[in-house]
Design a protein around this ligand. Structure first.
Ligand code: NOJ
Length: 709
């Protein structure tokens, strides 16, 4: 290969997702062997045309890889990733990504930019919607499931898509939740929290990585040699390739890290970034840099080899054809899987006086801007989903003649501030037995570049809810949104709350079944839900501080006497007005029935480094519904040479329990579960540990274990 052809493999070209044509320039570049991958080609015929040029007319006949953001479904849209994470169910995620790959294959897409593995502790950040939430363990389990689903065990399977672990790394720690922002993460936190899911994806054989837009500790991620070269490639032995994010190489100039594109190319290549998305710093500068002796052809060869290795594994050198049969799109079993995912992603947050499920004989008023919002229901990153295929809650109720209901939207979109229809909604509410208010955020209010400083329900939704509450009729608030919402102004106005995230194509039937008791809610929060935005970032796995917050010592702002003596004594780490706990903790989710946890024990309270201990609990379904229960194992390393979080999830299991049934669940604990990263290595220190098996990150009573050398 010539130098031009080698550099060509490192180039990803493309257009905007909305582009309807194929440019002559792009065709010519492919013909000359100057392109390795193309992003956002939106028609199968264009994919075939370009691929044919690459294979038949380019100098080496090397096939292209076609890439696209197939994030939570291609045509059949599954819940947004944050919603899928609320299922705590790897099988749902694996099945969803498999279906996405099979459908995307009809357009020749063999590379997706998913899963997004950024630990997200800040709901202001729009991209929390694309994440699996705040927990490294849950995100790791799901990162593996996404990888298996997209890739299968054999990348050469024609319906396999190479997956891409993104965004490497630290993007979720964007300062203030403002997108693209600076991340400052110390090395221990980086390994103990932010890198973990990425390591999991490598263990599962993920084919590619994408660097992030942010700078991490002063170095833009696309040139972060410690992250890409040392950690990912040298330590973890990742042998796929790493692509930049869109223009993130040349954006290093705006970051103030590189003075021009040439320096940007050099820094990125030195950090071992293999492919450049969209910007052309490599194409314009790598050869000169090699000729000037600043970069070596041997290093370029390594970059190219990593890209070709994945093309080989995908089987593209043998066969570039794909299944163009679009009749499989929205196949019955795809819709069924999407409905199951939507159903299991819903988290029941409040259910005053067990108002849910609603009796089939009730007269229901359906209102709110998200009740019939087919596009918004699909959420962020659903370019290819067809809104006309979405079944909204209104559609689902209309398809069922047995339920007496009326629909008046009241507001036409989430930010709507026109209140003309309020009187009609109130009048209808007075004649109803119950109000289903579908509120939330339009899809465009979360996702990339869509951060919010105020995370309450936008527009006049709060006003409508407050007026409705004056009717005295019970209100069920169903939220469709890309993030936890600040409910402080309306919490007491509503009787029940269901978080449905953006549930995708089949959200409507799933929600109808849950509301009417034909199915039961089983989702659990993958993020802590703040009482107010002022508590953000708030996450369960925080450190203790020297003055740990406690219920006993907490004094609310309104209880401080006027003229009180100025003193910090007796006060702890909390907010005077919001306390220290979230509104709903990580792992939380109510049920229609009740499940009891008894007999929590450790098989031993002492353990040596080579031993293992079993933590077990008996779980009994005391209600009359068949429940899905997610049993969560948490630990705390009480004293360590590096302070450790108050709790960390180290395992979980989701089970089905028939009414009256009991099951004993046992988790094995070894020193592997207790390790942490400190001073450049993973260590497990002797000492005392607390364990909880509980229904969320705040409940349960711990058992103690002493670990000796
Ligand atoms: C920018 C986003 O940050 C990334 O997640 C996405 O995959 C690329 N653009 C490609 O669309």
């Amino acid at each position: 290969m010539t130098l031009v052809e080698k550099v060509g493999q490192t180039a990803q070209r493309g257009t905007s997702s909305r582009s309807k044509t194929l440019s002559e320039d792009l065709k010519q570049a492919v013909r000359e062997g100057r392109v390795g991958s193309v992003i956002n080609v939106t028609k199968a015929e264009f994919v075939k045309e370009l691929q044919e040029i690459a294979v038949k007319e380019s100098p080496q006949g090397i096939p292209l890889i076609f890439a696209r953001d197939v994030i939570h479904g291609y045509k059949t849209i599954f819940p947004i990733p944050l919603g899928q994470a609320a299922t705590w169910d790897a099988s749902i995620i694996e099945q969803g990504s498999r279906i996405a790959a099979v459908e995307a294959n009809t357009m020749g897409i063999r590379w997706t930019f998913a899963p997004m593995l950024d630990i997200s502790r800040d709901p202001r950040w729009g991209r929390i919607a694309e994440s699996a939430g705040e927990d490294p363990y849950l995100t790791t389990v799901l990162s593996k499931a996404y990888t298996r689903g997209f890739q299968t065990s054999d990348l050469s399977n024609p319906t396999s898509m190479a997956a891409c672990a993104k965004h490497f790394v630290g993007y979720g720690a964007a300062e203030g939740g403002r997108d693209y922002n600076t991340a400052v993460i110390d090395n221990a936190l980086l390994h103990n929290v932010y890198l973990k899911p990425f390591k999991g994806a490598v263990e599962e054989g993920i084919a590619t990585f994408m660097t992030s837009f942010n700078e991490l500790n002063g170095i833009p991620a696309s040139a972060h040699a410690y992250a890409i070269k040392q950690t990912l490639k040298e330590q973890w032995k990742f042998d796929g390739f790493v692509v930049s994010d869109w223009n993130s190489v040349t954006e290093m100039i705006a970051h103030g890290y590189c003075k021009d594109e040439k320096e940007a190319a050099l820094r990125a290549a030195q950090a071992s970034l293999d492919m450049e998305m969209m910007s052309e710093a490599y194409e314009k500068n790598l050869i000169t840099l090699i000729k000037e002796g600043k970069f070596t052809e041997a290093a370029l060869d390594k970059m190219v080899a990593s890209i070709l290795r994945i093309k080989l594994k995908l089987g593209l050198f043998e066969d570039t054809s794909f299944n163009e049969d679009t009749s499989i799109l929205y196949a019955e079993e795809h819709l069924k899987a999407a409905q199951r995912a939507a159903l299991e992603s819903v988290v029941l947050l409040k259910n005053k006086k067990q108002i849910l499920p609603i009796k089939a004989s009730s007269k229901i008023l359906i209102t709110g801007p998200m009740a019939d919002a087919p596009l918004d229901q699909m959420g962020t990153w659903s370019f290819d989903g067809d809104a006309s295929k979405t079944i909204t809650p209104v559609d689902a109720f209309r398809q069922d003649n047995s339920i007496e209901h009326q629909f008046i939207p009241g507001l036409h979109f989430s930010r709507d501030s026109v209140t003309n229809a309020f009187p009609a909604v109130i009048a209808a509410a007075k004649k109803s037995d119950v109000i289903f208010f579908f509120g939330g955020e339009e899809a465009i209010l979360s996702g990339e570049a869509h951060s919010r400083a105020d995370i309450r329900l936008p527009g006049k939704q709060e006003a409508l809810l407050q007026q409705l509450s004056k009717t005295g009729k019970p209100i069920v608030l169903i939220i469709m949104a890309g993030r936890p919402i600040d409910l402080s102004n309306i919490l007491s106005d509503v009787d029940a709350i269901m978080m449905a995230w953006h549930p995708g194509t089949m959200g409507g039937p799933a929600l109808k079944d849950l509301l009417m008791g034909e199915a039961v809610p089983s989702g659990r929060l993958p993020v802590s839900w703040p009482k107010t935005v002022g508590q953000v970032p708030i996450h369960y796995n925080h450190k203790n501080t020297g003055r740990p917050a406690s219920k006993e010592s907490f004094v609310h702002i309104n209880d401080i006497p006027v003229g009180a003596w100025q003193s910090s004594l007796g006060n702890d780490s909390h907010y005077l007005d919001a306390g220290f706990e979230p509104l709903y903790p990580f792992g939380f989710g109510l049920q229609y029935g009740s499940v009891e946890y008894t007999d929590f024990k450790l098989s031993a309270n002492e353990m040596g480094m080579q031993d293992s201990v079993h933590a077990s609990i008996t779980v009994t379904n005391r209600g009359s519904y068949t429940e899905q229960e997610t049993i969560q194992l948490y630990m705390q390393d009480e004293f360590a040479s590096l302070t450790r979080p108050v709790r960390e999830l180290i395992n979980f299991e989701k089970i089905v329990l028939q009414p009256g049934a009991s099951k004993t669940i046992s988790f094995t604990i070894t020193k592997e579960d207790l390790k942490f990263y400190h001073n450049g290595k993973w260590i497990t220190e002797a000492g005392t540990f607390n364990f909880w098996i509980s229904q969320n990150a705040q409940s349960g009573t711990p058992e103690k274990l002493t670990l000796s050398e």
